[in-house]
Design a protein around this ligand. Structure first.
Ligand code: SF4
Length: 692
């Protein structure tokens, strides 16, 4: 086979790479024709081809004869027949919502689309959501209500290099997507300033010009304080506010209460640092406010992001070329994955499922009566938490996700998975969730199949097949189409990615995320196309807010928000904040990266990062085993002492299973708007493992 240009299987930067299949291993080389990565790859990208040959790759369908029985190899017909028959049986007994579907933000656009259609048409269930609800759902909700659209960055990522200042709240890109740093470095080399907001002095914060280190759960107070300073120092852009926004008076009233001294007491950020941040942003000419998971994964994540969007709007940034607010989407298709209907409340084209016109349009494309389409279902955690309950789903079909590790309050989620009548998991490797399944469906992976991904810029890219999948493996599209056929689903059920994309284009036409003008040929010829793109002669939309915001009156909306602190604060029993996140050499639940030897060697196991002052008080030494307890469970990990974290806070990465699982501890308190769980802060206590 020849060299194949494609993109990395992991994060939303979707770095360009060429795969060179040979007699032995597939060789990876970076592509320099992809603007987002500009010839860069991180360690995960360089070693991505090793995923194709991991020793425990799933290549045979398996199922259990009954609960407690071992997984035994079976044929594809046996596996798919069993899933379809159980779905029919449980649906007949309990109604259509007895069968649930769970997707992932790493699935291609085609898979995300077909999975949503499969749930609504083939199963008739409202119970579908995906792991993106754990990722950037708060930013999506806040962007939608303020800017009228949720589309990652406000322009091409290369715009960042021309910024005069960037405030990055809750994102550690130096570890999570290292090639992204080149855009920030270019900005700094040209005299721009990078301001990082993070409770930890991360690798990104160390490369910043200004690091604001607030206590976990106090971002709203900080952002409100920055808006307060912008107003009182005369740095708010009153002309822009009058011409392009609504609602500033309400925000002005709220931020009156966030005078600098009070904000310093709440957040711990010194007043001079706050003042400097506002001045740098306001005087930069072009500037960006960006958020990552640190700002978003909160029980008030939507309000937290709104507070940062308010700051961007007060300074007149969104809707100006080279400036704006943006969300750094995390998962590989975190952007596209939320646009095509695998969310509980949405239909393709980023349409609301409770919008009669949207239902009419999509039902016409699907060839069904709109009255047969179910309404909105439960959000991801609520869905997982209800599995097997009297009023919850009795079967779950899961694609591209590993909630036994990645969901909050993971032991509870694992218990609910075990209470199902049927758990069917399509995956590449025996993830922790696949090992719990009644039926395991071995799936093809990134370099073995074709499709499209939408990166963090909103640019639709081609993922290309470079090698054939192993014998015995099927693509997710083939699995979904095979199940739809067995269920007698009406309409077309192609497993060909380009045919599915053609249907997705029609379903998305006229929606906010309009892909109708995007074709595989155009993506090939143009190196990617930005949505919305409503016709084949439309150039695509790299900067969607320049003329007007896609709101009813064309203006962006300020949203007043108040600080209330985390859902679970520290107290005498649990006196330390826990925050969670990622490390460079691992990705998400680690199901893929833990199997790559170089990555496993670079980041071999779980740990808790804590300040030496806290460690000294608790009698914990560097490298010692530590028991970390919250109200939901306990984890045992190695201590890693560092002055890069606040003494009142500890950090755990969430990539590992077993006794070091960070999500045994996390709080599933949900944001009322986005239904995002509060991964980023809960209360814990620590003790050396040997003590009782
Ligand atoms: Fe892959 Fe993301 Fe690393 Fe790029 S930054 S190589 S997309 S994991």
């Amino acid at each position: 086979m020849t060299a194949t240009p494609t993109h990395c299987p992991y994060c939303a930067l979707q770095c360009g790479m060429t795969l060179h299949p040979g007699r032995g291993a597939v060789r990876v080389a970076p592509r320099d024709d992809v603007p987002a990565s500009g010839g860069g790859l991180c360690q995960k990208g360089w070693t991505a081809a090793e995923l194709l040959t991991v020793p425990d790759r799933l290549t045979t369908p398996m199922m259990r004869a009954g609960k407690g029985a071992p997984l035994e190899p079976c044929t594809w017909d046996e596996a798919l027949d069993r899933v379809a028959a159980e779905a029919v049986r449980l649906r007949a007994l309990h109604g259509p919502d007895a069968v649930a579907v769970f997707g992932g933000g790493g699935l291609t656009n085609e898979k995300a689309y077909l999975l949503g259609k499969f749930a609504r048409v083939a199963l008739g269930t409202s119970q579908i959501d995906y792991n993106g609800r754990f990722c950037m759902a708060s930013a999506a909700a806040a962007s939608g209500r303020a800017l009228g659209l949720d589309r990652g960055l406000p322009g091409p990522v290369t715009d960042l290099a021309a910024s005069g200042a960037i405030l990055l709240a809750g994102g550690n890109v130096a570890e999570t997507m290292p090639p992204f740093m080149r855009h920030l470095t270019a900005m700094r080399d040209a005299g721009g300033a990078l301001i990082v907001v993070d409770p930890r002095r991360t690798a990104t914060a160390r490369q910043s010009d200004l690091h604001l280190q607030p206590a976990p759960g106090t971002d709203i107070a900080l952002a409100n304080g920055l808006v307060h300073l912008a107003v009182t120092e005369g740095l708010a852009d009153e002309g822009y506010i009058a011409a392009r926004t609504t609602g500033f008076d309400a925000v002005r009233t709220v931020v009156n209460a966030y005078w600098p001294g009070r904000v310093e007491r709440i957040t711990g950020v010194p007043v001079p640092a706050m003042r400097e941040a506002v001045r740098l942003l306001a005087r930069a000419g072009r500037a960006h406010v960006l958020t990552g998971r640190g700002a978003e994964q909160h029980a008030r994540g939507t309000d937290t992001v709104s507070a940062f969007i308010n700051l961007a709007l007060a300074l007149g940034l969104p809707g100006r070329e080279g400036s704006g607010y943006g969300c750094l989407t995390g998962q590989g298709n975190g952007q596209g994955g939320r646009e095509h209907g695998q969310k509980a409340d949405q239909l393709p084209g980023y349409r609301r499922i409770d919008d009669p016109a949207a239902r009419e349009h999509v039902a016409r494309v699907w060839g069904v009566d709109p009255g047969t389409l179910p309404g909105p279902g439960r959000s991801a955690y609520e869905l997982l938490s209800s599995l097997g309950a009297p009023d919850g789903p009795k079967a779950l079909l899961l694609f591209g996700s590993n909630p036994a590790v990645s969901a909050p309050r993971a032991a509870h989620v694992e218990e609910r998975l075990g209470a199902l009548g049927l758990l069917a998991v399509a995956d590449v490797v025996p993830s922790e969730t696949a090992r719990l399944a009644d039926v395991v469906l071995p799936a093809a992976q990134w370099a073995e199949e074709s499709g499209t991904m939408t990166n963090l810029e909103g640019r639709v890219l081609r993922r290309r097949r470079a090698v054939p999948p192993p014998d015995g493996v099927r693509t997710d599209l083939e699995i979904i189409a095979g199940l739809a056929a067995r269920l007698g689903a009406p309409g077309e059920w192609s497993a060909d990615p380009e045919a599915v994309f053609g249907e997705l284009r029609r379903a998305s036409a006229g929606g906010a995320a309009d892909y109708s003008g995007i074709t595989y040929e155009r993506i090939e010829a143009e190196g990617g196309v930005f949505w919305p793109c409503p016709s084949e002669d439309h150039p695509g939309t790299p900067r969607p807010y320049l003329d007007r915001f896609p709101t009813p009156d064309g203006r962006a909306r300020f949203v007043p928000v108040d600080h209330r602190g985390p859902a679970e604060d520290v107290d005498a029993d649990y006196p330390v904040y826990l925050t969670t996140g990622r490390v460079l050499a691992q990705y998400q639940s680690g199901a893929q990266t833990r199997r790559v030897p170089a990555l496993a060697e670079a980041a071999p196991g779980p740990f808790v990062e804590l300040h030496p002052d806290l460690a000294g008080r608790l009698g914990i030494e560097d490298g010692a085993r530590v028991r970390v307890e919250s109200r939901r469970g306990a984890a045992t990990v190695r201590a890693r002492l560092t002055t890069a974290i606040r003494p009142d806070t500890v950090f755990m990465p969430f990539h590992w299973a077993g006794e070091g699982r960070a999500n045994l501890l996390t709080n599933p308190a949900l944001d009322p708007v986005s239904r995002m769980p509060e991964f980023k802060v809960c209360a814990v206590r620590l003790r050396p493992r040997s003590s009782r």
